[in-house]
Design a protein. Structure first.
Length: 287
């Protein structure tokens, strides 16, 4: 099959320019029309490990029901069928729980790594995956500091699965399903500014109940999901070695320090894909 050379070089040019100047712009935590990023505050001290959030997430997103029960010391991970999981940990203050899902970073590494903007930070704050734009490179999986995006390896039409903060519900004026159905009120939805204020108030009002740390306030440049805990977060399996700057911030000098071939190779692959797709479309029309 002959590639459409015009489209091939057009895509390479556009993508190369995106790599050269656009990635830094996409990574910036901008808001539109003064809309603040929304997020969720998870208070581990209130969580009872009922797994209602898991069931609600599955039902709202057409996913399989949660598998297995919570056992302290057995760490369950999110996967292509389960966007959120709750784990139990034996801590210095007894058994405690932690809910895991996409953290919806302010400046997501996954969106900065995505060549086609399939991973996208919405103006509302949710980080979503757009299948019609995905080229299947899976850079989002490699780049995520929280190990969240998962690929459907066994599917004939694979997708990237991750929590999207129930984005469709948000657009309808609803709140995420996990927040709406939490019987212990361990989850609160609101603007990130409001959530940090509430978290700080809880810490100040009950200093003996909480560690003086809001996980996600600064980690990886700040995240949309924020955590409160009665014990240091490393006891709950959280990565406490994350830097406070966003990970896309680290790549700003990347393009000036590596050979051009490594930067343009993904663009070349994308160009081949787009040119081939266009040729297939033209062939179908001619037939």
């Amino acid at each position: 099959m002959t590639l459409n050379r015009r489209n091939f070089f057009k895509v390479i040019g556009v993508t190369g320019a995106t790599l050269a100047i656009g990635k830094q712009l996409r990574a910036a935590p901008k808001t539109e029309n003064n809309i603040e990023f929304s997020g969720v505050l998870y208070d581990s001290t209130r969580c009872v490990g009922c797994q209602t959030c898991e069931s609600s997430c599955a039902e709202a997103n057409g996913l399989p029901a949660p598998v297995g029960t919570i056992q302290a010391g057995v760490v369950r991970k999110t996967d292509e069928s389960h966007r959120t999981v709750v784990n139990a940990f034996n801590t210095s203050k007894g058994e405690a729980y932690l809910k895991k899902q996409c953290m919806h970073c302010n400046e997501p590494a996954c969106t900065a790594a995505c060549l086609t903007q399939a991973m996208y930070k919405t103006k509302e704050g949710a980080v979503i995956w757009r299948g019609d734009k995905c080229m299947g490179c899976r850079y989002c999986m490699v780049s995520c500091p929280f190990d969240i995006p998962k690929f459907e390896y066994h599917s004939a039409n694979p997708k990237i699965e991750k929590c999207n903060m129930c984005y469709n519900r948000l657009k309808e004026g609803k709140i995420p399903a996990c927040v709406e159905n939490c019987p212990a009120e361990a989850l609160v939805f609101g603007t990130r500014r409001e959530l940090i204020k509430e978290a700080r108030k809880r810490i100040n009002d009950n200093p003996e109940q909480y560690v003086d740390h809001i996980y996600g306030e600064h980690e990886a440049g700040g995240t949309g999901f924020l955590y409160l805990s009665a014990v240091p977060f490393d006891e709950l399996g959280c990565n406490t070695s994350l830097q406070s700057k966003s990970y896309p911030e680290l790549s700003k000098g990347f393009l000036y320090s590596v050979p051009t071939v490594f930067v343009l190779w993904p663009a070349i692959l994308l160009g081949i894909r787009e040119a081939t797709k266009n040729n297939n479309s033209n062939a179908d029309e001619n037939e």
